[in-house]
Every structure is written in structure tokens, then in C-alpha cells.
Design a protein. Sequence first.
Length: 446
Amino acid sequence: DSAASNFYNIKLSQRRSGEVQRFIQQKVAGKVKLEVKSFGETKPRFKYFSPDAMAKNRRVDIEIQYDLHSNSTEKNVSKTTILDLYKLLETAADTFLINNNYDTILQAANGIVVSIPANTICERENKFERVKVAIKEVLNLSGMISQNASTGSGRNFLITSGMVQITAFTLRNETLQLCEDKSFTVFIPTEKPDENMQHFYASRDKNFGLDWQLQNPEEKLDVVSGIIFRGCNYPDMSGGGTGNCLKCRLFFCKIKNAVKTVCRKIYRKKTYASLKNKRAIAYKSYQKRKMAEELQDRCEDRKKKLTEIEAKYDGINVGRMEQLTEAEMNYYILKTTQMGWINCDRFAGLTQEQLTEVILPMNAAATTDVKLIMQNAVMPSYDVDGKIGFPNVPKGVKATLLGLRFENGQPALAMKEIVIGENENDLEMEFKNFSLSELKKKLAEL
């Protein structure tokens, strides 16, 4: 109950979980060991406040642990499941050490940027000065498959422009969350902005896949077209610097106007010095440090100063200059109030007449997973009467069935091109064994 006290909610969760416990005991008395935990509002499964999320927080979760083959007479039962393979495929996050007392901007390897205001991260009432922030980007098909990610919301499919997992930890690797009433901003790069994109959160479902939930049905994402500096080692206004102009990799070159706190706080010289001394942000060269210091002075009269910088570039011979792409100039802006998986998606907006169901001639098994890959969408599979199936997918669309199998430690891959709703009798998939390194290379080619 969002309007009640924590004491009341603890009692409420005890009553609800107790009712479920009594029901299960009546059905399987003496056959299972039951353990009941009641958290009230202290550990909500969903920390965003949409009606759907609040409804799910009021439910009792049932977790079942058992040996799937304890009484099996099969001789060749696999000792591994598909989840074991996904753990091996999972990529590492970019990890940053930040000073939580100051505003911080972080850029991950593939372009996603996170702007974290000062004193945003804590553990209940405890605040920490030094915090580790991990950013795991998923911006392509290879990343989605490796992370066992998909673009499903319930059994509806979404069109995606990228997803990211953001987590925070103490130096002892204890999980941290956002402080009460705090938020941070995420910038996701995009080639072609879509005005219908929205902000989704996700949690892992029973198959350890991602199930996306819309944060606010009425809200569409903003897009920023960044002001592009043509290089990071640009000459300063006094004529110093190297003049070695390359594509700007530092995101704060581009988004000063999108986050007002950038010009006010993050580039103050004393803030920069403090961060540098605490190893929160490290710049590899004097020129990059010089740029960070000078940007603050340019914020007051942005138009005039940017004109001067542009004029400086016009006079430089930049033989190594690379052409900037549209993708480097456009970013979706997501303001989020919780850590975890965040997505920039939209519903496909198709009618029921435009959708169909694909059922594969393959039994659902703990060792196998199949995903249906479309342009900007990846649908997870479901157990449909014992078979692997995909409900609510668009008719007539070209797609790829991608299957992974992991039996007794042996990875296998199968891929098949299809047109959804056609040739329904030709959906057999042929799996081929690969080593783990070979499989990673194959997925990287997607």
C-alpha cells in the first residue's frame, strides 16, 4: 500500500504470503520444504511507479528449487542448461570509480553516457563518497544475444534503439541504489531519432530473460542533437595546443545544453582537481585536461565562444580528420529514478489482424533457447504446449531464427532465415557444434 507505513506493509505482506503458504501446504503437504519471507515495501521488485509495476509489487512471488532429473531414467541427461551458456557469453561492463560528492559524467565504450548528480547514490540512509558504477551497453544484435536480452513486454514485441544496465557498488562490492527522490540522466546514441520512443525498465523473468515494462505511457523521449567539436586536442583560445584534430570521443563536447548542471558544476576547476586527485576521472593527456578546464569559461557566452572555436578549426589543416556521422549527433535522453536495466523502445503498434504465431517443430527444453530476430527487434521464445513458439509476431516480415543449445558443456548454434507466417512446414533448425570462442565470433558477426 503506497499510502501506508512500512510497519503496515510488513504485516500486509506477511498475511498475503501466509495465505499462499497455507494453500501450497494443503496441496503438497509433507512433500516440499517451504520458506516464507515478507519484506513489505523495503525490497520492491519494481521500483518505478506505473500502475502495472505497483500491481506486481503487491503479488507474492513463488520460487521453486528442484532437481529436474532426480528421478529420471535417461542415461544421457545434460548436466548444463542454456543459462550456463549465457553466463559464459555475458560481456563485462565498463566500470568507473567516481566521487559521489560531485556531479559526474561517464561515457561507456560504445557511446552511452550517464550523467549522475552529486549525492545521488546511497544504501538506504547511508551515503558513500567513493562509488563504483558499472555500465553494460547493449546496442546491437550480438550484444542482445550474449546478454540473453530481447525486446518483449509481456508477449508483445517492441522496437528498440538500445538498452543499458547501470549498477552501483561500494568498494566492497555491496549493491547500492539511488537515494530517495534522486534521479540521473542517460543518453543513448541513435542514427535516426524516432519521436515515438519511450522509456522502459526491465527485470529478469522466470527464464532469466528481460521483460520490459513502460515507465510512463504518456511520456515520449527527448532527442538532443549535440554541438560537435571537431577534435579533442584542439588549440586553445591563446593559440596553444597540438592542433592534432580527431573525432571527439568525449561526450561533454556535445551535450552541454542538454544537462544544465554540466556548465555549472562538473567543469569547475576545483571540482575537476578533486575528481582527478581521487582517481575518479583520469585524462590521458594535458590537452584533454586543458579542454575540461576551459569549457567552464566558455559556458557563459556559448554562442560567441563556439564561433571562435569553429573559426580556429577552419584554419587548421586536418589531414587525419574523419567524417562525423549522424549517429554521433543524436541522443535519446532518459531521466531515470532507479538502477538496473533501462531501454529506449516503442510498441510496434500493430493490430491483431497483422500478427500471427510461429510454432517450431522443436520441444521446449532447459538446454535450448531460440530467439526471433527482426529489424530492431528480438523476440524471446515461449513454451507453447511443449513446443518452442513465438506469439504476437508480425505477418510477412523477414526474420532470422537463432537457436542456442548447451548440452553437457557443448555449445551449439542454429540459424534459419524465414518469412513470418509463410512456409510453416519448413521451420526445422539444424544445430552445429562450436567451441565457446568460435561461438562468440559467430555472434559478433550478427
